[in-house]
Design a protein around this ligand. Sequence first.
Ligand code: SAM
Length: 224
Amino acid sequence: MKDSKTFWDNSAQRYAKSRIQDEVAYRKKLEITQHYLQPDWSVLEFGCGTGSTAMVHAPCVKEVLATDISGNMLAIAAQKAKDAGIGNIRFQQGTLESIHPPAASFDAVLGLNILHLLEDPDSAISASYKALKPGGVFITSTALVKEMNPFVRMLIPLMQVLKLAPYVNRLDKEDLLARLSNTGFRIDYLWQPAAESVFIVARKQPHNCRLFSGEPSSLSSDGL
Ligand SMILES: C[S@@+](CC[C@H](N)C(=O)[O-])C[C@H]1O[C@@H](n2cnc3c(N)ncnc32)[C@H](O)[C@@H]1O
């Protein structure tokens, strides 16, 4: 985790200047996300990087808590938001787990280009679930390293040794969907812009409307 912070702190300036690889796919993800967002919503983003996506969505919601492990990323993000006159984003440094977001307090949690970087994605998925209000949505865009071109996959360990690549896990789509569903999410929307990436909107189920659980004890077939 410490290595991850150092890697991203050292990458912040370069990341801020990098171009979006697939502009069409990025715009589609923004559009789908905004289809869900509501003006009275509180949104939590973890791994927000230099804040570009938080800044796009902030005018559509009440408030955004944008978080990241890297202080250098957040410093750039906060300056960008200030320069743009966006006042409803609060920035906080840390991982989702260390930040301890209050339970059931957010309408949406965004985890964009981050789940594949985590040693324990289940922990972030379950922290997102806890932070969401019933009926809230977890929106994630994730690289699927297992589905990448074998040549690229072979290069990753070498790049990691040279400190040119961060830790990455080996999630595939089915694995990610199973983890989301085991946590209690229902998939609301799924789009694969490419074989090696997936964009998902997963919903925390609203409170169960059933008053009783288990087998009815006193109802016979003509008991109603
Ligand atoms: C690939 S960048 C994505 C940034 C942004 N979400 C985007 O889509 O442009 C990954 C970001 O996740 C952050 N990060 C890496 N590990 C993290 C962790 N465990 N908790 C929170 N943020 C983390 C990095 O500092 C970096 O800003």
